[in-house]
Ligand binder design. Structure first.
Ligand code: SF4
Length: 76
């Protein structure tokens, strides 16, 4: 197992459960997913038609080939 987001317990790809991921997901090498290590964070304020608002919070976007110091090997 490599140290990469794809093999990390905190990685979620496009709303799929990790057990639904295929080798093709990995071979693509740049599949985008979300890191669920931390709760969602609010994005920047957006101004539209004179109103200022914030969208829902988002989880950080990561690539399957990324990794960080919080890597935890996937157990499922
Ligand atoms: S950024 Fe770190 S904690 Fe998040 S999925 Fe990647 S390796 Fe795991």
């Amino acid at each position: 197992m490599q140290r990469c987001c794809f093999d990390c317990d905190y990685f979620e790809i496009e709303g799929k459960d990790v057990s639904e991921m295929t080798e093709a997901d990995w071979r693509n090498g740049c599949a985008e997913g979300e890191c669920r290590f931390h709760p969602p964070v609010l994005g920047p304020e957006i101004e539209r038609d004179g109103d200022t608002f914030r969208c829902f919070g988002e989880f950080p976007k990561v690539l399957s080939s990324d990794w960080c110091g919080q890597f935890k090997p996937r157990t499922t």
